[in-house]
Every structure is written in structure tokens, then in C-alpha cells.
Design a binder for this molecule. Sequence first.
Ligand code: ADP
Length: 248
Amino acid sequence: MSATATDPVVELRGATRSYPGGVHALRGVDLTVERGELVAIVGPSGSGKSTLLNVIGTLDKPTSGTVRVAGYDVSALSDAQFSALRARHIGFVFQHFHLAAGRDAVDNVADGLLYAGVPLKERRARARVALERVRLGHRLDHRPNELSGGEKQRVAIARAVVGDPALLLADEPTGALDTAAGEIVMALIHELNAAGTTICVITHDTEIAESLPRRVRFRDGEIVSDSRAGAKVCPRPGPRPRTEGVGS
Ligand code: ADP
């Protein structure tokens, strides 16, 4: 394994992911995300966003093509290296928070460092700092059932960034929240990005997508446009003619 500080955080070249039964969830995706970017991955249900998230998040390998994350070519990694890459370089935020029910906010966040070889005392100390960062310093010993939806998502964000990952992947981070809580979470995502974290937000919500500086639009497993705030939308060539359905 080798990677340098100047490598893009994400680099896909001709990445495909097919499932049995002729489902082509990704159809030759080329995508580069540079350090410091804040990108919306947007598209309708079934367009391949979750598949892309799984491939970028090293939860799944592509069927063909190359995928590099934090400079590492995922197809060249052993299973142990693949897991290490995920644990050390990628933070995840999910729509439904995925917090451990019986554990307080500090221990939920400290778990984000479980695989980094950090002793428990330091894990908890760093968790407290991360919780202060998402402005939950007054909720350290609260368990998930004692937190609002927005607070739970802020705990999940603290857990995702406590190890200072190269990449934060947020999958519909406001999908389970009311508008006010969703706005706080998105403001936090902007704040983390301004402080240097590279972030991809997967969303089907065009309003959220429009609020981010770069939008990569998916349809039927392909990128159909890639635009930046203030820049002219740059449509990709139209989808190639298909011989098989994508399914939905
Ligand atoms: P999105 O996240 O945009 O809703 P997905 O990536 O979940 O889209 O799905 C893209 C396509 O791949 C869909 O047609 C979906 O049915 C199919 N798909 C996703 N996961 C699997 C799987 N494990 N097995 C078979 N087909 C799948």
C-alpha cells in the first residue's frame, strides 16, 4: 500500500458494479474528489448512489474498473488492509444514526477510535473534544434514547470525525430529521468541510444538493452531470444505449 498527501481522496476510473440477474448498478463511473471538497451525490432512488457509497466507502469492491480511496487502490488490498483503510481513513454518517443504544454519547463517539489502537482513556478524551465540536458538550453522558434526532445525528457525526478521517461519507444525513434539525446538521457539515474535512453527501433531496458547492448527478448507474457552485453545469454525454434494464 502506498499513498501520498497529494493523491485525490477518491478516484474512480471506469468503475462498474453489477449484481446477479443483469443489474448494472454502476456503469463505468469516472469520478475524482480532491482533498477539501464538499460534494453532493444526488439522484433518484435506484440510480446507484448507495452502490457508489459502498464502493467509495470500501464496504464493497467494484466488478471492474479502478477505485482509489485516500490513494490506495482497493482492488490491490488484502481483506485486512481493506478493513484497515475503512477504519483509519473513512467516517460514515447514516440516515438512522446507527448509535449503540445502551452507551452514552462519549462511549458511542469513543467507539469511532476502536480500531485505531488508541487506549480507552484517550478514546474517551478525544470523544469529549469531538462532542464539544458538534456542540454537545452538555450531553456527554446521555444515551441515544435521551437525545433528540438532531442530537443523535450530531453524536454520529462526532463519531465519524473523531479519528480525523480523510473522507466523511454521509448517506442521507438529514433524511430522518425535521427541517430545523436538518439545517443544523447541514451547517455542521459545512463547518467541518471549512475546517478541512473532505465530505461526500449522498442525497435524493435536490434542495440539499443545491446548497453544496459541487453536485454529481446520477441516473441509471451513470454520472449525468457534474457541476460546481457558480460554474456552468457541465452535462456528461447522454447515457449509453442499454440492452438490459437497471431494475429499481
Ligand atoms: P440508490 O441508492 O440510488 O437508491 P442503489 O445503489 O441502492 O440505488 O441501487 C442501484 C440498483 O442496483 C437498483 O436497481 C437496485 O435494485 C440494484 N441493487 C442494489 N443492491 C443490490 C443487490 N445487493 N443485489 C441486486 N441488486 C441490487
